[in-house]
Design a protein around this ligand. Sequence first.
Ligand SMILES: O=C(O)CCC(=O)C(=O)O
Ligand SMILES: [Fe+2]
Length: 366
Amino acid sequence: MAPSFHNGGSLFDFVVKDGNGVKGMVDAGLSEIPERYIQPPEERINKLDANPNVPTPIDLSELDGPHHDQVVEALAKAAETLGFFQVVNHGVPVELLERLKDSAHHFFNQPPEKKAVYLKGVSPSPFVKYETSFVPEMEKALEWKDYVSMVYTGDADAIKYWPEKCKESALEYLKTSTEMVRRILEVLLGKLGVTLDNSMCDRYIGTKMVNMNFYPTCPNPELTVGVGRHSDMGTLTVLLQDGIGGLYVKVEDEGGAAGRKDEWIEIPPIPNALVINVGDTLQILSNGKYKSAEHRVRTTSMQSRVSIPIFATPRPMDKIGPLPQVVEKDGVARYREFLFEEYMNNFFGKAHEGKKSLDFAQITSP
Ligand SMILES: O=C(O)CCC(=O)C(=O)O
Ligand SMILES: [Fe+2]
């Protein structure tokens, strides 16, 4: 008999604790979403809200050619405004992009017991976790998403501990994208008058985590979300999405009229492109010049969707705060200094709530 998904307690155990995930719930047969997944009206995503005005992708290979200056301007402008852009000719082999999406499907299509071995508490490594939603214990409405996350702690660990179905492609993705991430950061910090050296690289993008996100088909996409409104905590995020669509980014309202409706832009799937977004850490480093992007994901009733982000973040023991050169120029520090571990604890200690994560570091004017 299919479990009853209208009883809150057993649903939570089945999906979260026993590791069946949203996928297990959908596979058990479901004609409508359980109450626990119904978002309050203001959090639901109306597909028609999306603004069709989407910037064209940036060709990173042109950083080495005669259009270098224009590409630098385009990267900086995107980071200062939307906090999101897409790149092509990024150096990650396009054939690998296809393999990554296949590996994500292979991992999630396994029976639940094969995935449950990576649940928190039983996973063979604290750096590999199979989870569902964001912080299920803290959320009033759960997110329609299962995922596996793999923190890079060296090749040997990755080969030993990362799931068989995804380790090869995930490791190659991580390695082939590292140079691109460094290059983008170099350009963005360069525009602030800061030269990126090796030790800064270690400090600002020294930890890399690859996630594989799986959004099963959903009977009521209009009532729930794949991922709720949030910004990423790190410096830069690289994201591979498949062709389904559903990723939305909020257009920052520059002190516009009160009560104005939020405007969201869909980041459309572009074959062979990668999506890059600014995280909270880069907003803080740049003293607010670059904007971490508030984004969210819609689900669909048609097909399951996969996306594969790499989060490039500081290491837990790194001290983070606005770059001194920028503070000097600005005459004021808008964020305080903190250990990145403290930022992480705050970030993972609460449900998604837009850019509230930045409040932790914000210096409020007296
Ligand atoms: O699935 C997506 O397109 C975005 C996922 C995301 O925002 C995240 O994993 O932080
Ligand atoms: Fe995100």
